[in-house]
Ligand binder design. Structure first.
Ligand SMILES: NC(=O)c1ccc[n+]([C@@H]2O[C@H](COP(=O)([O-])OP(=O)(O)OC[C@H]3O[C@@H](n4cnc5c(N)ncnc54)[C@H](O)[C@@H]3O)[C@@H](O)[C@H]2O)c1
Ligand SMILES: O=P(O)(O)OC[C@H](O)CO
Length: 298
């Protein structure tokens, strides 16, 4: 194994932005399914032999990718994806845990549009891991325009990062329907309560929802057309089909599949999640105006 070497796996928007940031203080490699003209682009085998691996592929692809490609030999993983597996309702940590020991896994969370990171604009992020060593080792790699914090609340970061994408869809719908800023703020605030209720069920800490991973990322994503999930919501409110919206987007909007995962878990564990439920129903074709009426009267 190449000790001390770091590689990003997945050269989408977030993978490329992380590669850019992680190249400030050291050489950072990057790989993806198709060859790209990026500095230090390497093939997958070269990347998998690095001690530090930052994995930025869509949540729904992770299990199959790990099965097909990954062999654990002591690598330290930083998971950069935000989502819950739709088919099973599995959290990403559960998926990674069956391939890699927990003390070798960290999750990066917090408000971070790739388009701003790649311009070296400042931001603050959280590295979440059961092992503080993961935080200490990874935080040294980050450039000085990114401040990193440590949290051991892996499930809190995972829930917050995944749930805010669903709420960003709801917020985009709210703007698309021209319901006003009062409605949008109400939706976001109730969304924060809802995602904490969900997280608490799985043992997440309240502090994660009050900080960067929860409120921070939610306020960012649910207030900006820079968010792909928000733009999905805008499209749904304009009665565009989901297929049409996603074809146009050409990038992943994790909230779409995650809404189905959350709904599955809400039924399985009997957790009251009215906003996520309506997003899932709208994605299945319900008229957003009917969802609004139902939310107001619940
Ligand atoms: N873009 C952002 O601002 C941002 C910020 C934080 C977190 N994230 C999260 O990072 C993850 C990736 O998002 P993105 O913005 O890079 O998406 P993207 O759509 O820009 O790129 C996704 C990349 O994953 C690759 N990919 C897809 N399926 C794959 C597979 N089976 N094996 C290997 N590679 C595969 C694609 O080729 C593509 O390069 C998502 O979970 C997203 O929520 C994104
Ligand atoms: O563009 P989105 O909606 O996938 O959001 C990107 C990031 O998760 C923001 O932190």
């Amino acid at each position: 194994m190449k000790m001390g070497a770091i590689a990003v796996i997945g050269a989408g928007k977030w993978g490329q932005a992380l590669h850019f940031a992680l190249s400030f203080n050291q050489e950072c490699y990057i790989t993806s399914r198709t060859k790209k003209n990026i500095k230090n682009f390497v093939d997958l085998d070269f990347a998998l032999d690095c001690e530090y691996l930052v994995i930025a592929i869509p949540a729904q692809e992770i299990r199959a990718w790990l099965k097909q490609n990954f062999k654990f030999k002591g690598q330290k993983i930083l998971v950069a994806s935000k989502g819950i597996e739709a088919d099973t309702g599995a959290f990403l940590n559960d998926i990674y845990s069956s391939f890699i020991p927990d003390e070798n896994i960290g999750f990066i969370s917090g408000p971070s549009f790739a388009a701003e990171v790649i311009k070296a604009l400042p931001c603050a992020l959280v590295i979440n891991s059961v092992s503080k060593n993961i935080y200490e080792e990874y935080s040294k790699f980050f450039p000085n325009f990114i401040k990193t914090y440590y949290s051991s609340d892996v499930i809190g970061a995972e829930v917050a990062g995944a749930y805010k994408n669903v709420l960003a869809i709801a917020s985009g719908i709210c703007e698309g329907l021209e319901l006003g800023k009062n409605a949008q703020a109400s939706l976001i605030a109730r969304g924060l309560v809802e995602m904490y209720r969900f997280g608490k069920h799985f043992g997440a800490k309240e502090s994660s929802f009050l900080g960067l991973s929860g409120a921070g990322d939610l306020f960012l994503t649910a207030n900006s057309t820079m968010s792909r999930n928000y733009r999905v919501g805008l499209g749904l409110a304009k009665n565009r089909t989901l297929k049409d919206i996603l074809d146009d987007l050409g990038e992943v909007a994790e909230g779409v599949k995650t809404a189905f995962a959350i709904d599955k878990l809400s039924i399985q564990y009997d957790i009251y999640l009215p906003i996520a439920k309506e997003v899932k129903l709208i994605l299945e074709g319900k008229n957003p105006k009917d969802s609004l009426k139902d939310l107001l009267n619940k």
